[in-house]
Design a protein around this ligand. Structure first.
Ligand code: SF4
Length: 402
């Protein structure tokens, strides 16, 4: 295979010349050992120019939501001293509302400590909420206990972040994937074996692995096994808590493509959690951005990527690297300063104010209420109700005035 050189692009230079040259029109060029390099270039260009278009079709769908989360909150006690006395409460999740339609993906994004994983555990009832409700398929599962809860919860399963610790290392793959079937169904062992083989096939793994143990697999294969196990009881919703964060980049894309294929084939809905907006972009129909326990922006994925309405979302987007080095160097960056105030009280104004380049006096005293913009994005920020005109602002993507 020949190395594609700058000469292939009408420029001087030969094999071995360094990458990141510029053509006469200023476009960056590079070297690649790939026969389909032109196709890859086109894919990259489309990524920069047009964000995913999945959200618009789903927004117009109109189906009843599969999951409705209303006013969900979780407080944890703050303990200190030798006797671990409770000195206050921290709002890990604060008054969160979410809706997910069947067959769609809600991408939930936020930095470490924002409350994403706590929210995932609340939604799946692995921990008890302080307040609020979780309605799955029309049933309020926050009010259920014991066998009723276990039965209803089969409609939603969780895929955990770390495939190295989420699978029992002493079990075979047949036991790992077949365990939910053994506990929750009346299948006999040969029926279970057939179903496990079918589940493994759905995630691209052959039946020859049934007797192997999780430690014999790579991280990506383990995550496929974890997904097969999550699919065993035919749930309508998968709660994926950073399912690709522990994987390398090429394996991340394989797992994301697998989830996308499964969604197309099985009509699954996803609550897909990540700390990186670029990871959720490929899958998501809607995006919710979380900061210190609150959803500070939620809307159609295209809208959030193209026209972020909260300064924090704009900062996250500006930190995503783009595959065009020329564009990467020239585009504006928002560098956040200040500390994240962990454990900040909800009563003391906007939680983002210490890091916000637009903070106003009101931001220190009044917690912004959710505001719905004309494009349908829900945002918590005083700029949209109290702010001065932002014409000439350097924050990429923020509206001049909503
Ligand atoms: Fe910034 Fe104020 Fe908006 Fe908070 S409410 S994001 S501090 S402008």
């Amino acid at each position: 295979m020949e190395l594609r050189t700058p000469a292939d692009h009408g420029l001087d230079g030969g094999p071995g010349e360094s990458a990141d040259r510029q053509s006469s029109d200023g476009a960056a060029v590079g070297l690649s050992r790939c026969l389909r390099q032109d196709e890859l270039t086109l894919v990259g260009a489309r990524e920069v120019a047009e964000p995913a278009a999945a959200g618009a079709a789903t927004a117009a769908d109109g189906r009843a939501p599969l999951l409705v989360v209303k006013g969900l909150s979780k407080q944890f006690p703050l303990r200190s001293g030798l006797l671990q006395r409770v000195g206050g409460m921290v709002n890990a999740v604060d008054n969160v509302d979410l809706r997910i339609a069947p067959g769609t993906t809600l991408g939930l994004v936020g930095e470490s400590g924002s409350g994403k994983s706590t929210l995932a555990r609340l939604v799946t009832r692995l921990i008890e909420p302080t307040a609020g409700s979780v309605v799955l398929n029309g049933t309020d599962i926050t009010a259920l206990r014991g066998p009723k809860l276990r039965r209803e919860r089969q409609g939603m399963q969780m895929v955990f972040q770390d495939p190295y610790s989420s699978l029992d290392p002493r079990q075979s793959i047949l036991e790992v994937v077949g365990e939910p079937l053994r506990i929750h169904t009346s299948m006999n062992s040969s029926e279970r074996r057939r179903r496990v083989i079918e589940l493994l096939r759905q995630v691209g793994i052959g039946p020859h692995v049934l007797s192997r143990q999780p430690h014999e697999f790579s991280g990506g294969q383990r995550q496929r096994v974890a997904i097969a196990r999550a699919l065993a009881l035919e749930p309508g919703l998968l709660v994926c808590d950073e399912p690709v964060s522990a994987l390398d980049v090429s394996t991340q894309s394989q797992v994301i493509n697998l989830l996308s294929d499964l969604q197309d084939r099985l009509g699954l809905a996803y609550l897909f959690i990540a700390h990186d907006l670029s990871v959720v972009r490929h899958l998501s129909d809607r995006i919710a951005v979380m900061y210190l326990g609150q959803i500070i922006e939620e809307g159609d994925a295209n809208e959030v990527y193209v026209r972020p309405t909260h300064p924090y979302t704009a900062a996250l987007l500006s930190a995503i690297p783009v595959p065009d080095p020329h564009h990467q160097r020239s585009r504006p960056r928002i560098v956040l300063t200040g500390e994240v105030e962990m454990g900040q009280s909800a009563a003391s104004g906007c939680r983002f104010r210490q890091r916000c380049p637009f903070a106003m006096d009101i931001c220190a005293t009044v917690d912004p209420e959710p505001f719905v913009t004309p494009s349908g994005t829900t945002v918590r920020c005083h700029l949209h109700t109290e702010g001065p005109t932002l014409a000439g602002a350097t924050v990429a993507g923020l509206p001049a005035r909503v």
